[in-house]
Design a protein around this ligand. Structure first.
Ligand code: CA
Length: 644
């Protein structure tokens, strides 16, 4: 009777616990360019990662895990659960063309009742004209580029320059979020930019490495990793101190393999040699970031959930595409919570529950994104061929490489993780099967039509007859996507000048598809500025199409019939007074361009003028590197009308 009572009681309590079981929080930490061997727990005796080592000791640790060759390919796969080439991403910006119809990780959690947050790098978090909140991140704060100190901080309505180490700023923001939402289930993605180059850290973190005789480069790289490690420790401490440790899933991954100045010394066989490299690459893997050799794509993956997931090695194979399906299954958020395209990845839950359980999973399909066999080096997408690329099909044991020139190689990673010995002859059946699968995956990517398009081409085409009128009264729309120099928009005027060491005059680019139509604006040269110009570009692969240059003493039209080729269509003397506003109206009609500058009409013909112009840029020569002191360029009353 007593036993029965106890049993009944415990069953009751257990049922109560289950019914009230809180949803686990999810903390996803992404490092940037931290390679397979850049961790103490991965056998590196030099690097200092005590907190990550401790986290690994408390986590399920996947070492047979691959991401992709660089930031955006991996992040797109992590956030969508899909092969990055199917998401539209085929490199880093401007090839990081993550499509708007790809559902992102936080959207699933948000629908599943979670509070969602992102801090740090905005790669694949904002895309094109859309910001993080469009993809499900309710709260976010981030930075662009690789400013390790005093970064530019982006936040809705509060863009500003931050003060301090970027890694500390992102950590503080995360701590605030963790504290504020201790009673609600939350999802947080924390995207540090360490150890992405340029390497920089607080000198107290570099000092121990310098004392050990490391180069200043390596000391800064490993110092930055130590600094990040301490920050990650603060996040983990906060979880414990706020009572959230046992109900928070912590996942840690790096977005691609290691790089360094040594990577430039890569020999044709893909092996990098260098003193610093040898100290870091303790696993002696082949390749580096941007390649699909193991050192470009293989990194450890950690998942910690105290009391639910047993710590220890997981020999099973996993990849970046698995992160989303895995986290959803662990958090019991159904993937149907959010409409999405089919996942390429699978949930690693079986491996997390049972370290010896084997399960079927597709091989990972990967493409080199820079260097030999990278798609960016193939100018004409119409000519794109399987044989031109370096592709890899990465299975749990075997890895097949389709190499440029129609060559191939097969490696048995169980016995040869360094990819030194081609075993096609030893395993002909495996090689044939993987060659076929690799080709099939390529064909699927091509048939999808989603990769290898320019970022600009993915923007919805402007309807024919569309009008653009810019007010220049405040923050520019996200269609102004890139620029050089310093630009401000206020009082109806867009003003730009050179900033920093001279590389190029100021230029500001905007998306707006146009074939036939008119473009008009007013411009003013100030100080030592010598000319203003408007450039029109095609797709990323096509490049520049035509330039209209309006100088103090001449008007000029340059055409680019092919990428990298420039011809002068017109050059005519003119006088444009400095400090006064001038009018320009450019009319495109088929292969003809007619421009009216004040009262002077100039015309030119070339077939490239008829091509679709996807972006345009305003810029010129503002007078030199002394910035605003030297001079500036101003534009106002910009209006574009496309002809139906
Ligand atoms: Ca990266």
């Amino acid at each position: 009777m007593k036993t029965l009572c106890l049993f009944a009681l415990s069953a009751f309590s257990c049922g109560q616990v289950l019914a009230a079981e809180p949803k686990p929080n999810v903390l996803l930490i992404i490092a940037d360019d931290q390679g397979y061997s850049d961790f103490g727990f991965m056998g590196n005796k030099l690097v200092r990662t005590p907190r990550l080592d401790r986290l690994a000791g408390e986590s399920a640790v996947f070492r047979n895990f691959v991401v992709a060759a660089a930031c955006s390919p991996t992040r797109s796969a992590i956030f969508t659960g899909r092969d990055h080439l199917l998401t539209g991403v085929w490199g880093v910006p401007p090839r990081a063309n993550l499509r708007d119809d790809e559902a992102r990780m936080p959207a699933f959690f948000k629908t599943g009742g979670y509070r969602t947050f992102h801090v740090g790098k905005l790669d694949c978090v904002k895309a094109g004209a859309h910001g993080p909140s469009d993809f499900g991140w309710e709260e976010w704060i981030g930075g662009g580029g690789y400013e390790h100190r005093d970064p530019m901080i982006y936040q809705t309505g509060n863009n500003r320059r931050g003060q301090g180490w970027t890694v500390d700023l992102w950590t503080e923001e995360t701590l605030k979020f963790i504290r504020a939402h201790r009673d609600a289930p939350w999802f947080a993605s924390v995207a540090y930019i360490i150890p992405h180059m340029p390497w920089a850290c607080d000198e107290k973190y570099a000092a121990p490495f310098l004392a050990q005789g490391c180069s200043t480069d390596l000391a800064a790289c490993y110092g930055s990793i130590a600094q990040m490690d301490e920050c990650i420790g603060r996040l983990l401490d906060e979880l414990r101190e706020t009572g959230q440790e046992r109900r928070t899933i912590v996942a840690f991954v790096s977005d691609n393999g290691m790089t360094s100045p040594d990577a430039k010394k890569e020999s044709t066989d893909g092996f990098v040699r260098g003193e610093d490299w040898d100290k870091r690459n303790v696993a002696r893997l082949r390749g580096h970031k941007a390649t699909v050799w193991e050192n470009g794509i293989r990194v450890p993956f950690l998942v910690r959930w105290p009391g639910t997931i047993a710590a220890g090695e997981r020999k099973q194979f996993g990849c970046a595409e698995d992160v989303l399906p895995t986290l959803l299954e662990l958090a019991k958020v159904p993937d149907t919570a959010q409409k999405h395209l089919p996942f390429t990845g699978v949930s690693l839950r079986p491996a997390l529950s049972n370290a010896t359980k084997t399960f079927e999973r597709p091989a990972a399909f990967r493409i080199a994104i820079a260097g030999h066999g990278a798609p960016r080096n193939i100018a004409d997408p119409q000519q794109r061929k399987f044989e031109d690329h370096h592709l890899a099909l990465r299975g749990p044991r075997f890895k097949y490489h389709a190499l440029p020139g129609g060559n191939a190689a097969l490696y048995d990673l169980e016995t040869d993780p360094g990819e030194t010995t081609d075993v096609q002859a030893k395993f002909p059946d495996v090689a044939a099967k993987m060659a076929q699968e690799c080709r099939k995956r390529w064909d699927e990517v091509i048939a999808s039509g989603r990769a290898f398009a320019s970022q600009t081409a993915a923007s919805p085409a402007a309807p024919k007859g569309a009008t653009l009128e810019e007010q220049f009264d405040g923050e520019l729309s996200k269609d102004w996507f890139w620029g050089l120099g310093t630009w401000t928009a206020k009082g109806g005027v867009l003003r730009g000048y050179e900033s920093g060491p001279r590389r190029h005059g100021p230029v500001k680019m905007r998306r707006f598809p146009l074939r036939d139509g008119t473009v008009e604006c007013e411009f003013r040269l100030e100080g030592k500025a010598t000319f203003a110009g408007i450039i029109f570009n095609g797709s990323q692969e096509r490049g520049h199409l035509v330039h209209v240059v309006m100088g103090k003493d001449q008007l000029h039209i340059l055409a680019h019939p092919k990428k990298g080729e420039t011809i002068e269509l017109l050059k005519q003397p003119a006088t444009l007074a400095v400090g006064e506003w001038h009018r320009v109206k450019i009319e495109f009609k088929g292969a003809t361009l007619a421009a009216t500058v004040n009262d002077t009409i100039i015309t030119a013909n070339n077939s490239c003028i008829a091509e679709e112009k996807l972006t345009f840029g305003l810029g010129g020569d503002s007078g030199g590197p002394e910035g605003e002191k030297a001079g500036a360029l101003e534009f106002r009353k910009l209006k574009i009308i496309t002809k139906p």
